[in-house]
Design a binder for this molecule. Structure first.
Ligand SMILES: NC(=O)c1ccc[n+]([C@@H]2O[C@H](COP(=O)([O-])OP(=O)(O)OC[C@H]3O[C@@H](n4cnc5c(N)ncnc54)[C@H](O)[C@@H]3O)[C@@H](O)[C@H]2O)c1
Length: 760
């Protein structure tokens, strides 16, 4: 680069960077203030981390931008605590640097090992998502508890800490120095947080969106000026908090050489330490530990937002030292966020197959835990009220692993007055029937028009096609909506001559029924129909397409002219009818599930099908006979009897029978017979884990049950066989530990067809 380009470009780049860094700094300081002073997250942690990361980058390229009080050089909170008396820590409390990938972690460890001049041991532990606390013990007595503040001066919360039972007032054991500072994290265990929110909900109070902020808010409450009732509530919240210690501050010359040994000492003094830590000889072990907990976050009793990696050798802590913000001998690997902020665009009410009217949040689509979320259930109007969300709010949304997304609450501080409250409709949004509770006192409202409420029929039709029922490819949400959506001028294929929709006609539909189906396309954000450029409501025809030259000779039985256009059935229409036809003779239990009998899912349906062998035998059974059938019981027996008593259910059976649906198991000898005889696996419990060649996951379970065995989902002493294929994880390990009989896919195939003797 020549001098002339340097003088031309550098000032502009620097200016640009300075402007960006300035804006970022202002924003980060605002966010910190809200977070540490008002226990509120105005943005998600991931967004905050991204801003910090960007600021670090800018300062890296333009070191002149890095002032002493840049957020990258300072610890979170504020020096002058506004609520509590100040406490000066004997030794500074630092934050931690972050890494976000295995590669970044490797770079960190290489730097550490280079600076140490040797390989080191790494202590890996869970990063507890709570708030930092500093406990000072003098002569074994707790004299002060303080928040981190700006790292030098924190807030005195000694009084409130007294209500946290896991924090001892006196250290037990011996060997504690005259003065020691212990550092830890205060948090709500997941279960305690759930209970707290349940209690808030029951009391008609607002639920808390975030355990970290709830913990911080609970600890940083002032007793003064509170009514006796409010004081009781405060004590109650404090008593649910817990603490785990993860370090020491001031302690000259500790009698141990490693951080992991510090934990043994601390726990010997009666302080709670975490059991989730391990020491590794290299960074690969740490990365496996990170992967493991990334997949098992939900199994930990408290929230975690990452893994803290510390050099285990204490001598190296002094050698490596610290920056003004964080130690060089530790770093935090941050997991991708499970909580994000997004906009609540609307709350719409949907009616499901059982008639329950459920408010749904439609949110601005947002990436979280590996998928894009655009809606979340809000359960019922009481939950909407308790969460305190208004339409138009910025809300906190959580999605953990495979768990369904949940709206945790609003960010009240971001309201601008345009938000509006949700009003639960009085009429069913699908059929205008007045909604009512199923029984007195029920919070959930239902549409009582179960027979022909289009939303309920749609839900039931979708259920017929679902994997746990008849597993009909092509009969999913969209097809179910298309078959039931009543639209002028076409009648939905599942409507009878009165125009009432019902699943009774599902198996007798023909191409001619499907052909005219026109479906309105709804706009997700508004819930209103989409409009074309010409101002027409947008409609699609999923079961037909325009004829093309490739379609061969004209077939008058399945083709049609509409206006001047020529249509043929779509591939989807033909497949749907073929698949429906093929499912008429599927196993009886699948047909039973497809009937949408309350409480009768695959497990109960299998039990009924195995014992009775036909729908007629089930109908003829007494309540006692049903209830006594293994795997059935009283509640299901009642639900089955109730189901048969409804007239229009008879119509479904009649219509389906006429269409060729098989309501019995060919060759079944009659009630009880199959049960007595048992299968080759009668009395045996088998667990299938990993991928077993030749079997799907569900197929393996079915094979066990079909052979009369019990398909268990977890391994215990009572398990007789564990069939394990590639990918078998903890179940296989447990089976080995218990010394159980472990078999491979080939042996499994023998076992379920010929029984245990085949393996001898
Ligand atoms: N959403 C927002 O608006 C907002 C604003 C400010 C801060 N934040 C969040 O706070 C973070 C910054 O806070 P920070 O400076 O406290 O850093 P940090 O939370 O990333 O890490 C440092 C802290 O981790 C804690 N910790 C938990 N488990 C630990 C363990 N096993 N060993 C050692 N320490 C452990 C310690 O208290 C330590 O002070 C951000 O990354 C962000 O997640 C969010």
């Amino acid at each position: 680069m020549t001098d002339s380009t340097d003088t031309q470009s550098t000032p502009t780049d620097l200016e640009k960077a300075a402007a960006e860094a300035g804006a970022l700094t202002t924003r980060i300081l605002e966010l910190r203030d809200a977070y540490y002073e008002r226990d509120t997250s105005l943005v998600s942690d991931a967004e905050y981390d991204a801003m910090m990361h960007r600021l670090e980058q800018l300062e890296h390229f333009f070191p002149e931008l890095q002032g002493q009080d840049s957020p990258t050089q300072t610890v979170g909170g504020r020096a002058q605590a506004t609520l509590f008396d100040p406490v000066t820590h004997v030794e500074r409390m630092l934050s931690l640097d972050n890494v976000f990938s295995a590669d970044e972690l490797r770079i960190w460890s290489e730097r550490v090992e280079r600076a140490s001049g040797r390989s080191v041991h790494y202590l890996s532990e869970l990063k507890i998502d709570g708030l930092a606390i500093n406990l000072r013990y003098e002569k074994g007595r707790l004299v002060s508890a303080a928040t981190r503040g700006d790292g030098v001066v924190g807030e005195d919360v000694t009084e409130n800490v007294a209500a946290i039972t896991s924090i001892p007032n006196r250290l037990s054991g011996s060997g504690h120095p005259d003065r020691v500072e212990v550092r830890g994290e205060i948090f709500f265990p997941v279960e305690a947080f759930r209970e707290l929110n349940e209690q808030q909900l029951a009391a008609g109070e607002k639920v808390f969106a975030n355990p970290r902020n709830a913990a911080s808010g609970s600890l940083r409450q002032k007793a003064e000026g509170k009514s006796p009732a409010a004081l009781k509530l405060m004590k109650n919240r404090l008593s649910r908090l817990q603490m785990l210690v993860h370090g020491i501050g001031a302690w000259p010359n500790p009698p141990v050489a490693a951080q992991s040994e510090v934990y043994d000492l601390l726990s010997g003094w009666g302080l709670p330490t975490s059991t989730h830590y391990r020491v590794f000889e290299d960074i690969d072990g740490v990365i496996e530990f990170i992967q493991y907990y990334g997949e098992h976050r939900a199994s930990v009793e408290h929230e975690i937002d990452g893994i803290v990696v510390k050099v285990d050798e204490l001598a190296l802590h002094d050698e490596l030292g610290a920056t003004s913000r964080a130690p060089r001998w530790a770093t935090a690997f941050k997991y991708p966020p499970e909580q994000v902020n997004t906009k609540l665009l609307n709350i719409v009410v949907s009616v499901g197959r059982t008639g329950r009217a459920t408010p749904f949040a439609q949110v601005e689509p947002v990436r979280v835990a590996g998928s894009t979320v655009s809606q979340a259930t809000l359960h019922n109007q009481d939950v909407v009220k308790a969460k305190g969300v208004l339409i138009g709010d910025t809300v906190v949304l959580r999605k953990a692993g495979d768990v369904i997304p949940e709206i945790l609450g609003p960010v009240v501080e971001l309201r601008d007055g345009t938000e509006r409250a949700f009003v639960m409709p009085e009429l069913c949004p699908s059929c205008d029937t007045p909604l009512r509770p199923a029984k007195e006192g029920d919070k959930d409202l239902r549409c009582p028009n179960s027979r022909s409420c289009p939303a309920q029929v749609r839900g039931r039709v979708e259920h017929v096609g679902s994997r746990g029922a008849l597993d009909v490819e092509g009969l999913g949400e969209v097809a179910a909506a298309a078959l039931t959506q009543p639209l002028e001028p076409t009648r939905p294929p599942l409507a009878d001559h009165n125009g009432d929709v019902s699943e009774a006609g599902l198996f007798s539909m023909t191409i001619a029924d499907l052909f005219p189906v026109t479906v309105t396309v709804f706009d997700f954000e508004t819930g209103l129909p989409k409009v074309t450029e010409d101002g027409e409501v947008k409609r699609v025809t999923p079961f037909r397409r325009r004829r093309s030259k490739k379609d061969g000779p004209f077939d008058p039985t399945s083709e049609t002219f509409t206006g001047d256009e020529h249509f043929v059935p779509s591939k989807g229409a033909l497949e749907l009818l073929d698949n429906l036809a093929a499912s008429k003779t599927k196993p009886l239990w699948r047909i039973l599930v497809a009937l949408n009998i309350r409480h009768v899912g695959p497990v109960a349906a299998r039990a009924l099908a195995t014992y009775f062998g036909s729908l007629d035998a089930i109908r003829a059974a007494t309540r006692d006979q049903l209830a006594e059938t293994e795997g059935v019981g009283g509640i299901i027996a009642d639900a089955v009897i109730d189901w048969f008593e409804v007239d229009w259910h008879q119509q479904i059976i009649e219509e389906w029978t006429k269409a060729g649906v098989q309501f019995s198991t060919p060759g079944h000898p009659g009630p009880g017979a199959a049960g007595d005889e048992g299968g080759v696996l009668a009395g045996l419990t088998v667990v299938a884990t990993g991928s077993l060649e030749g079997f799907t996951r569900e197929g393996a379970q079915e094979a066990i049950i079909a052979a009369g065995g019990k398909a268990a989902s977890s391994v215990s002493k009572k398990t007789d066989y564990v069939a394990a294929g590639p990918g078998a994880g903890s179940k296989l390990a447990k089976a080995e530990e218990l010394g159980l009989r472990i078999i491979d896919a080939e042996q499994f195939a023998l076992l379920v067809t010929q029984g245990p003797d085949a393996l001898a």
